[in-house]
Design a protein around this ligand. Structure first.
Ligand SMILES: Cc1cc2nc3c(=O)[nH]c(=O)nc-3n(C[C@H](O)[C@H](O)[C@H](O)COP(=O)(O)OP(=O)(O)OC[C@H]3O[C@@H](n4cnc5c(N)ncnc54)[C@H](O)[C@@H]3O)c2cc1C
Length: 409
């Protein structure tokens, strides 16, 4: 039997990587009475489907500062939380084939150098040594970013949750939030499938369902779920566990080691957003249908640079619904007109990577602390009247998704 607390200081809706990070950062900041509810088990939405890659190097100063906190957090995860994760800091190779993106790599190198980070251009020959099954074209430019890596994504959410629990948070699974109690423009409680919890603060981190939940409150949250897909092959001769991730700016694909084989994902192929109102109420992310054409196009693009993929057996497909905003940034603030609600959405295909910084901003807002970074660029109100219709919003978010490796944020 579920015994739900009757009151809390903060209720977090959603136990994916973002909600779990918020729970950790809040309790770590000394907040007591934090309750996290999820309609399923912890980390059962899009989080476990991810490739788990980190990538902090950006030209945009906000994104770089934000990413710096995230990478340092992953490097010190056990020390910070008391729970280990398997962070494989293999580094990454960012590969640009055309002049436009070769300039982008040069700008990233400059930004890294200004902050004393060790990032360097390497030759195609050196790239082949590091990633033996990779056949880069001779005229490409390749940036080696040693601090990038990847994690097993579910383990990160589970570790945040365990750390939050150590610090006093309560987790209730199989409890669905159905609405909010609002008094005089301020949150006063959360209605759930198991009764109401009185609370002053709510963090809405319901992944693909966040926009839908916000709609019931009269809010037009500018972030929509967009399908992203990847696949994993069986073992391939020559693939080595410590090989860097390879990311191509064009075509937009990523390839990393996974259990002796390769994990391959990409952007730009048939972007498709969703309105969660069109799904059955009981829909779960694990039931999301594959787009076989996407997989074919992705695989064909990746085989150009990884010929051994042609004979490899696909042993797993991953797909889910990360949320995308019209400018590719997080949507993270108290929206105007409703005090006490903190929305946490628009993670892009980067919610694992961005989770430490996002959780820290949530804690700053709720604990009324001096912000560690100016979060105004993430404000839920920043779009004003733009993208107010579903059609314009979805079109713009699909466009942003389709150019994920081309944008600089
Ligand atoms: C194939 C693929 C590859 C990816 N690769 C990467 C990568 O390399 N690096 C990276 O950083 N990111 C990657 N991502 C993106 C990453 O997975 C997401 O950004 C992240 O997992 C989103 O986390 P979330 O907490 O917002 O959502 P979710 O993990 O979906 O969590 C939301 C939770 O809210 C719960 N919920 C919803 N509604 C309610 C309600 N009413 N009441 C209670 N609970 C509710 C759900 O049950 C769910 O558990 C990838 C995604 C995919 C699909």
């Amino acid at each position: 039997m579920i015994v739900l607390p009757k009151t809390a200081n903060t209720v977090i809706i959603g136990g994916g990587v973002l909600g779990a990070s918020a729970a950790f950062h809040l309790t770590d900041a000394g907040q007591d009475d934090v309750v996290l509810i999820d309609r399923g088990p912890i980390a059962s939405g899009t989080t476990p489907q991810a490739a788990g890659q980190t990538g902090y190097l950006n030209v945009d100063r906000f994104a770089f500062e934000f990413g710096k906190y995230c990478i340092e957090f992953f490097e010190n995860f056990e020390q910070r939380t008391g729970h280990a994760i398997d962070f494989r800091q293999t580094g990454s190779l960012r590969v640009a084939l055309t002049e436009r993106f070769q300039h982008d790599l040069a700008a990233r190198l400059k930004a890294a150098e200004e902050l004393g980070h060790n990032v360097e251009f390497i030759s195609s020959g050196r790239a082949r040594e590091l990633v033996p099954t990779f056949t880069p074209p001779d005229d490409c430019r390749i940036l080696l970013i040693p601090r990038d890596g990847y994690v097993e994504p579910k383990s990160v959410a589970v570790a945040y949750a365990a750390a939050a629990k150590d610090r006093g948070a309560t987790f209730q699974t199989r409890v669905e939030a159905t609405g909010l109690v609002i008094t005089n423009g301020r949150v006063a409680g959360v209605k759930t499938s198991e009764g109401t919890i009185e609370t002053k603060w709510v963090v809405l981190a319901a992944g693909a369902w966040t926009r839908q939940f916000a709609q019931q409150l009269g809010l037009n949250l500018r972030a929509v779920p967009v399908r992203h897909q990847a696949y994993v092959t069986g073992p391939i001769a020559g693939v080595v566990p410590n090989q860097p991730i390879v990311r191509f700016t064009e075509p937009q694909i990523y390839v990393r080691h996974e259990a002796g084989g390769l994990l391959v994902g990409g952007y730009g192929y048939r972007p498709l957003s969703f309105d969660m109102n069109d799904f059955d109420r009981k829909f779960e992310i694990s039931a999301l249908e594959a787009d076989p054409v996407y997989y074919q196009q992705l695989s064909a693009a990746a085989r150009t640079f990884f010929p051994s993929l042609a004979d490899a057996t696909v042993v797993q497909e991953r797909r889910g619904l990360p949320t995308i905003s019209p400018d590719g940034r997080l949507v993270l603030s108290e929206p105007s007109g409703l005090r006490g609600l903190v929305v946490l959405s628009g993670c892009g295909v980067g919610g694992i990577d961005r989770s430490p910084g996002a959780g820290r901003i949530v804690a700053d807002i709720i604990c009324d602390r001096q912000p560690w970074i100016d979060p105004s660029v993430l404000s839920a109100d920043r779009f004003g009247d733009n993208y107010a219709t579903d059609a314009s919003l979805r079109a713009q978010c699909e466009e942003i998704y389709a150019h994920h490796y081309h944008e600089i944020y």
